[in-house]
Ligand binder design. Structure first.
Ligand SMILES: NC(=O)c1ccc[n+]([C@@H]2O[C@H](COP(=O)([O-])OP(=O)(O)OC[C@H]3O[C@@H](n4cnc5c(N)ncnc54)[C@H](O)[C@@H]3O)[C@@H](O)[C@H]2O)c1
Length: 393
């Protein structure tokens, strides 16, 4: 298949491009390097030194990988360039990772928040419009977030996109059973964009017959994949700072340095997780099973498991003899919640996800130790400014 990977220079996009290239797909990467620029602006870099995309792709070819083409396009701002590329290349599938993905960044200040909204919604809308206008029948695989459903305790397992409901009229009579989209409850501007993206996919699917899959992803953890290990120039990024570092990667580095494991608030928050290798396996599954034309958007909760933050912190603390430090949460999310979500779609893709365990947490800590000489210790914990990112309600 010819596969366009938008955001193919990022944490999930780069290893995906390598995996799919290795499997024989013809890969076209589109990226505007905004993630690298934001890192420069925030003064924080990936723990691993990452080569430029040109060097990465050259290294892949040098070790025997197929040629990967790269195109620097801001897909949120340059509709015509994107549409021209789509028209020239006619991809069979587009995997859309190309969004601003940090929740704290989206809540940092009005400019970062509005950038996130504009960037993410316009990136998705431009892509969908470009496919329709160029009459390109590509399956769109969009990376959404399981956080679109909010972090209140719902008391049931979040279904994959749709739920059965019956309307109750004013007299209490029950209407016929219907299937509707499960309500969104975004807790940040970032999550708001993912909810709006979904409605965009649904609109283009209903009006134009677009085939789309929305992968409602949990927090991704892990560093290396089979391919990124092959050569240091293929290394994936590993973010550990409070703005872009996802929780396991942050804990791993704190543990590696014997520093306190920083838990926001009580640590009673439950979140969903998935390992980077399983992200790739799910993308492979999604590529192999697109929804039919004129069918609704296929929604998959791309998660392996749900876990309470304090249990996670304790695991890292025990394995590294680090103390647990509770700090004010920079996020206006409930202090505690239960979360359960179906991951039937992941199982249907044939993926048996890696679960968080003492063994793989130790491996992650060791990985962080091996790269710890490049750490900027000032970036391990939120600054007082970052702690005030949002009013805590
Ligand atoms: N990493 C996670 O834990 C996680 C969890 C849930 C969902 N997701 C979603 O998965 C996707 C990929 O996440 P990631 O962790 O790889 O993020 P990332 O920031 O590492 O990668 C995103 C890439 O997209 C590019 N990009 C952003 N806006 C663009 C634009 N307008 N035009 C062209 N390129 C653009 C960036 O430069 C970057 O290389 C995102 O949509 C994110 O919201 C990630």
């Amino acid at each position: 298949m010819r596969v366009m990977v938008i955001g193919g220079d990022g944490y999930c996009g780069w290893p995906t491009a390598l995996r799919l290239s290795g499997l024989g797909h013809d890969i076209i990467i589109v990226d505007n390097y905004s993630r690298r620029r934001i890192g420069d602006e925030l003064g924080v870099q990936s723990l691993t030194s990452i080569s430029s995309l040109e060097e990465r792709v050259a290294a892949w070819a040098e070790i025997g990988g197929a040629a990967i083409s790269i195109h620097e396009i801001d897909v949120a701002e340059n509709y015509s360039e994107l549409a021209n590329l789509v028209s020239e290349t006619r991809p069979d599938a587009v995997i859309h990772f190309g969004e601003q993905r940090s929740v704290p960044y989206s809540m940092m200040d009005p400019s970062a928040g509005l950038f996130t909204v504009r960037n993410n919604i316009m990136a998705t809308t431009n892509l969908l419009e470009a496919l329709i206008q160029t009459q390109t029948d590509a399956h769109v695989i969009h990376l959404g977030s399981i956080g679109v459903y909010g972090y209140e305790t719902l008391g049931y397992e979040v279904p994959e996109g749709y739920q059965k409901v019956r309307h109750v009229d004013a007299s209490g009579n029950l209407g016929p059973e219907q299937e509707t989209l499960h309500p969104f409850n975004p807790v940040s501007k970032y999550h708001l964009t993912k909810a709006l993206d979904h409605l965009g996919l649904a609109y283009y699917a209903a009006k134009h017959g677009l085939r789309a899959t929305d992968l409602c992803q949990g927090t991704v953890w892990g560093a290396e994949t089979k391919e990124t290990r092959l050569d240091k120039r293929l290394a994936n990024r590993f973010d550990y700072d409070p703005v872009y570092g996802t929780v396991l990667n942050r804990f791993a580095l704190q543990a590696a340095l014997g520093k306190p494991i920083s838990v926001y608030g009580t640590g009673e928050q439950t979140r969903a997780f998935i390992h980077i290798e399983d992200v790739l396996a799910c993308i492979e599954g999604a590529l192999a099973s697109p929804p039919k034309r004129r069918h609704r958007v296929k929604v998959v909760n791309q998660i392996a498991e749900c876990m309470r933050i304090k249990d996670l912190a304790n695991l890292f603390g025990e394995l590294s003899n680090s103390e647990i430090m509770h700090i004010a949460s920079p996020r206006s999310e409930p202090d505690e919640n239960e979360l359960a979500a179906s991951n039937q779609g992941v199982k249907d893709y044939g993926v048996r996800p890696t679960l968080i365990s003492a063994t793989n947490v130790s491996e992650l800590i060791n990985y962080a130790k091996r790269h710890a000489d490049l750490v900027d210790a000032d970036k391990l914990y939120p600054t007082s400014e970052e702690k005030r990112l949002e009013p805590v309600t």
